[in-house]
Write a protein that binds this ligand. Sequence first.
Ligand code: SPV
Ligand code: MN
Length: 625
Amino acid sequence: MEKILKNRLNKENYEKLSAIDNPELRRFVAKYVELCNPDRVFVCTDSPDDIKYIREAAVRDGEESGLAIDGHTVHFDNYHDQARDREHTKILVPKGVALGPIKTIDREEGLREIHEILKDIMKGHEMYVRFFCLGPIGSEFSILCVQLTDSSFVAHNEDLLYRQAYEEFVRRGASTRFFKFVHSQGELDERKTSKNLDKRRVYIDLQGETVYSANTQYGGNSIGLKKLAMRLAINRASKEGWLCEHMLIMGVHGPRGRVTYFTGAFPSLCGKTSTAMLDGENIVGDDIAYLRKKGGEVRAVNVEKGIFGIIQGINSKDDPILWAALHSPGEIIFSNVLVTEKGGVHWIGKDGEVPARGFNHSGEWWIGKKDAAGKEIPCSHPNARFTLDMKLLGNLDPKLDDPKGVVVGGIVYGGRDSDTSVPVEESFDWVHGIITKGASLESERTAAVLGKEGARESNPMSNLDFLSIPIGRYIQDNLDFGKDLKNPPLIFGVNYFLKDKNTGRFLNEMADKKVWYKWMELRVHGEVGAVDRPTGRIPRYEDLKKLFKEVLGKKYSKGDYVKQFALRVPEHLAKIDRIMKIYRKIPGTPEIVFKVLEEQRQRLMDARERYGDYIAPDKFSASVG
Ligand code: SPV
Ligand code: MN
């Protein structure tokens, strides 16, 4: 093993690696240097020179190209490699283990297959060895990681997204336990995008806490510390009694200078980043949170320090802070957007006119260009993204790097739901919230996953794609987490996508969500009343009227309130049927899931008997406080 490292690393890089006294690390690097067979190995110490080397390598290798604004670059993924690949992402399991809808493969067979794919895969390429920390440095929440990749784009992305940890590895030496990631983009075509998509694989080995990813560049498949680490963390969390969630973390400003922290789970493309970026509030994170119980409270840290966000729809009016960052000098990687002749970028839903031509994920592009199936290609891919370090943002919360995390006052679940749930609703208690909001989360499918858009899918806690343990156990973990809390966070459901039954138009404007968060903030502190209904507690009209005025300077009519907050009984009953049907097929679903849903069904049927199918909010009596 030592011989491999000595032979294959030059003196400088050998010494950099040797500064870390960790035999497990040396074995790991040696094994994959030998197997993947790169031309060169670069060990990144996080020194300014090393970071610069990676940034420049991305342009030198052709994985990124410079743009007009200083620090901005653009990267393209293969036309057919634009999103997470559910089909070929599998958990390696011992013989006979099944995880229901979660894709698995026999561990030995999977290891054999992926090691065959990885053999000599880095020939002609450079391997980058990088050290990071998921969560703040020096925190009991955090997990150290090593990434091996031959993609400078991946190594560069991680630099913006995660806390550097070479020094931490040096300091901790042999006692370090860490997650391992091996990634190769594989052979590239002339556009420097992964070519062998038939051999695209993401295999997750829970036992070895290692993830292998090959023949893909798209961030959700390739950036080890993002969704790949999540599968490992969910497994570890389940064993250790904490939670790894697909959640944003934000600080909402309340009265008298108070800041209350919320976490929020939303499937991709359902307003998660824009919620985390809500104008006037603070962002802690937009994608992944680790939650632990401390002193009877729930605390959360952001696993990341940057954003790999969806760019579609970002405009100057709804996203002023991101808009400013995306138009200022600074290190930003755009992916799969439209690039104009002058080195500008454009995307679906950006202010201004769509340029007539340019260059995008399909190569040369012009308005009206069609794909092989005759479908018009939009200017940017709907899942086109940007990567930036949150230090570029004016609304970053000062507690981002607090090793103790932030105290969670409220947890929010939201999906894309055109016809059932109200814009905001509080659940009756932890168990009711976890079951009817979290475990019952559904969304109309979006472009973040390869496949058909629009179909309604169940997505427990918006975490389904990342689960590495049986769903039933995951739900039980969530239920158990609420036990013995002195001060359990309130659980809310939100829906930004509700439509008018008659006109089919959205019932809310994007900005309205600011009001929902202010209302939830007050609820956490018991400073505003609510209306109890069969499915949860909704705001009173008077309170919303006041908040709309204060927060948005807008008049909020009773008519709007009634339309938005009417209880749609048939849709709710249909949803309960759908959810029950799904959970009945999932072995190990906790019995209480059925009990709580059944009780909710009964409450809805009683209400329907008294008031009919569609029930105005004022039929139910408001409570005070
Ligand atoms: C998501 O789709 O939830 C993302 C981007 O955050 S990805 O890295 O693809 O998961
Ligand atoms: Mn995500």
